[in-house]
Ligand binder design. Structure first.
Ligand SMILES: *[C@@H]1O[C@H](CO)[C@@H](O)[C@H](O)[C@H]1NC(C)=O
Ligand SMILES: *[C@@H]1O[C@H](CO)[C@@H](O)[C@H](O)[C@H]1NC(C)=O
Ligand SMILES: *[C@@H]1O[C@H](CO)[C@@H](O)[C@H](O)[C@H]1NC(C)=O
Ligand SMILES: *[C@@H]1O[C@H](CO)[C@@H](O)[C@H](O)[C@H]1NC(C)=O
Ligand SMILES: *[C@@H]1O[C@H](CO)[C@@H](O)[C@H](O)[C@H]1NC(C)=O
Ligand SMILES: *[C@@H]1O[C@H](CO)[C@@H](O)[C@H](O)[C@H]1NC(C)=O
Length: 309
């Protein structure tokens, strides 16, 4: 009986393959970002956990400019699917640095992207987002694009048919993975027209953020950085969920690992998220950006926001 069923199925597959060989997609992911359900979920309707200043990692507590404890590969292995980083020019090269390269130099952008590409190659069913900060307005074409090309990441980036993309118009995670366009790149400044380098997209036309340098543990929500022409409700959004302290009342704001287990805990993240849904037609945040991602239970909070528990 069993043999007959398999026999019949094999014949059927053989026929189907010979007829449709040219039009059948090369692959169809059945698990996307660790979940079968996410393959059919729109990218714009998914909550991802992100690492703020992902490059600024150090295990040394005296490194006050650090915002993370574990390295990029370890962040990705833990489940981080948004990497945020800030770049500066240092000796003619693009580096990821925290405020200035004298304060914290995370190395070249190209080396960072090469590390991420190695991880992406080993993890083909994962969609990853970058939100990069370009405070010096460095050239997208002459400084950023070469780093993406040389690292090989440019080859797996997503280029939408037109920009800006409405929150409801994004492809599913399965579509991004099947097409191997599973890296989505946003830049805060310098990518305005979206045509300079098509895969480096202008962040605020599609994503709004809550305020930064928050020192209030209840994270009152408001729309902070955003831009048109889409309405804020048609944007995705990122909650900047890291609590800062005013260092010895000097006015110097630093992140504090001692409160990260609470800040990155489920109650704090959910309260912040639910406080923001009023600005997003009831929707959860797309990105939860955190310091010290190895502390607390941020992935449990994201599972709840994604409807998995
Ligand atoms: C996705 O859509 C569901 C159903 O409308 C909603 O509850 C959820 O908050 C949305 N999540 C995001 C990140 O848009
Ligand atoms: C990153 O951290 C992991 C885990 O601690 C370690 O095994 C790995 O060697 C580190 N990678 C680099 C490049 O330092
Ligand atoms: C990117 O893809 C192109 C065409 O598929 C290939 O020629 C090129 O070598 C790839 N670049 C890298 C850095 O992998
Ligand atoms: C955004 O947040 C920053 C820092 O909290 C604040 O200085 C600025 O006024 C805010 N901008 C808007 C448009 O809300
Ligand atoms: C988030 O907040 C931090 C400090 O709290 C700030 O440096 C950063 O620019 C904010 N936005 C992003 C996208 O990281
Ligand atoms: C912190 O935010 C909460 C909620 O919006 C607000 O009630 C409270 O006054 C804020 N605290 C400070 C010190 O601003």
């Amino acid at each position: 009986m069993r043999v007959n069923i398999f026999g019949a199925a094999t014949v059927l597959i053989a026929v189907t393959t010979s007829v449709h060989a040219a039009s059948v997609p090369a692959k169809r992911a059945s698990v996307c970002n660790g979940r079968a359900e996410l393959c059919d979920r729109s990218y714009g309707n998914t909550t991802f956990v992100g690492a703020h200043d992902s490059f600024a990692h150090s295990t040394d507590p005296a490194a006050l400019a650090r915002d993370q404890e574990i390295n990029i590969t370890a962040q990705l292995n833990l489940g981080i699917r948004l990497l945020q980083a800030q770049a500066h020019e240092d000796d003619g090269e693009l580096h990821f640095c925290h405020t200035s390269c004298a304060l914290f130099d995370g190395g070249t952008v190209q080396d960072y992207l090469t590390t991420v590409k190695t991880w992406l190659d080993a993890n083909p069913n994962e969609v990853l987002t970058f939100i990069f900060t370009n405070p010096e307005g460095l050239s997208i074409k002459d400084m950023w694009d070469p780093a993406f090309q040389n690292s090989g990441i440019a080859n797996v980036t997503y280029v939408p048919p037109s920009v800006p993309v409405k929150q409801s118009d994004w492809p599913t995670l399965g579509q991004l993975i099947d097409a191997d366009t599973r890296v989505v790149v946003f830049m805060d400044y310098g990518a305005k027209d979206g045509t300079t380098v098509p895969y480096i997209m202008s962040e605020f036309t599609m994503v709004w953020e809550t305020p930064f340098s928050v020192t209030n543990a209840s994270f009152p929500c408001s729309v902070n950085r955003t831009s048109g022409p889409l309405s804020d409700e048609d944007h995705m959004y990122m909650i900047n969920h890291s609590l800062n302290i005013n260092l010895l009342d000097t006015g110097i704001i630093i992140s504090d690992p001692s409160d990260a287990p609470t800040t990155n805990g489920v109650p704090s993240i959910l309260a912040n998220a639910y406080g923001c849904t009023q600005f997003a037609a009831g929707r959860a945040p797309n990105f939860v950006l955190l310091d010290f991602v190895n502390m607390g239970q941020p992935f449990k909070a994201a599972d709840i926001l994604n409807g998995f528990s």
